[in-house]
Design a protein around this ligand. Structure first.
Ligand code: SF4
Ligand code: MG
Length: 324
């Protein structure tokens, strides 16, 4: 991913009719985001809601077109390829899993049809018998019984429904899965089961994941690399061990302090301080400065660039100046 940016025109139509001049109100959902994910690894993107994580996810699989920048998958420019005859082959290799399996599974379809849809769409099975056999195999792979294939989504629990989504995503034998908050709608105990399933599948099939979560405890469990986003920008990118042991960016530190510690259950925990500013009107300079305990005059005036310091990429004047 190189210098990815995406804006959305969010001007209200009624406002445009009332005013003679059409003011365009642009939301910079993602701005200048760059990272790489090595094959077979998991990069997690974390940040509070509205920070642009889901937009990055959709840009990566081609659901959104970028305003600027490039996404390369195995050497191929994703957005250029999607306009060509190779698009189908590329789509087969990248799949997406969404947060809410209620919304992403058609309630009127039986599980067999849900899981079979990508197989049919990509012409991956010869006949009905082969289709049934493949659907059964996919259901077994995600820990469901093939006997359940004639049931409907509402007959399953939330965790089982997410397993159905995973089976559907695996149907085309993808190499890269973009998982947008895949366990956030589930109970904590069920979350762990689904995360473990995803890790097992990764090992078995050599899958590469982009894993999106607002929950650092979940990220710690699944990731190799962690990217922290704030108001559309990457503010820190580090390998997991380093990020959790030695967070550099003040926002990363704030997020880490807000994770409940096992030994401190029942005690008050440090809440994430302050509100995320309106993304339509982000603060100047470093966008984090109104919430940052280390902000100074330079922070208010000048946006820090992402720089590599001690093997970690971080966008913070105070870190770059050695103040913190
Ligand atoms: Fe805080 Fe300044 Fe660093 Fe921004 S650049 S995170 S305001 S110290
Ligand atoms: Mg989201």
């Amino acid at each position: 991913v190189h210098d990815l940016a995406r804006t959305f025109d969010v001007s209200a139509p009624w406002l445009n009719r009332v005013l003679e001049r059409k003011p365009r109100q642009l939301l910079h959902a993602v701005d200048g985001v760059s990272f790489e994910i090595a094959r077979g690894q998991t990069l997690a993107l974390v940040g509070e809601s509205g920070c642009g994580k889901s937009t990055v996810a959709r840009l990566l699989v081609g659901l959104y077109a970028p305003t600027r920048g490039q996404v390369r998958f195995d050497g191929q420019d994703v957005h250029a390829t999607l306009a060509t005859r190779q698009a189908r082959a590329l789509r087969r290799r990248m799949q997406m899993i969404f947060q809410d399996p209620y919304a992403s599974l058609n309630p009127r379809w039986r599980v067999q049809d849900i899981v079979a849809e990508p197989l049919r769409e990509h012409g991956l099975v010869r006949d009905r018998a082969a289709l049934r056999e493949r659907v059964a195999e996919l259901l077994r792979a995600v820990g469901l019984s093939p006997h359940d294939m004639t049931k409907y989504p509402h007959q399953f629990s939330g965790g089982q429904r997410q397993r159905i989504s995973i089976a559907r995503a695996l149907a085309t034998q993808p190499q890269f899965l973009v998982c947008d908050e895949p366990t956030s709608a589930l109970d904590v105990s069920v979350q762990a089961q689904v995360l473990n399933l995803m890790k097992d599948l990764q090992r078995q099939h050599g899958l590469t994941y982009l894993f999106i979560s607002h929950n650092l405890a979940v990220v710690r469990h699944v990731s190799d690399q962690v990217g922290v986003m704030y108001l559309g920008r990457l503010v820190e990118l580090a390998d997991k061990r380093t990020l959790f042991a030695q967070p550099r960016h003040p926002y990363t530190r704030m997020l880490l302090e807000a994770i409940p510690k096992l030994h401190a259950i029942g005690q008050a925990r440090t809440p994430v301080q302050g509100e995320v500013p309106n993304p339509l009107n982000p603060p100047g300079g470093c966008a984090f400065h109104p919430r940052c305990p280390h902000a100074d005059a330079r922070c208010k005036a000048e946006r820090p660039a992402l720089q590599t310091i001690g093997g970690v990429r971080v966008a913070c004047h105070a870190v770059q100046e050695g103040r913190i």
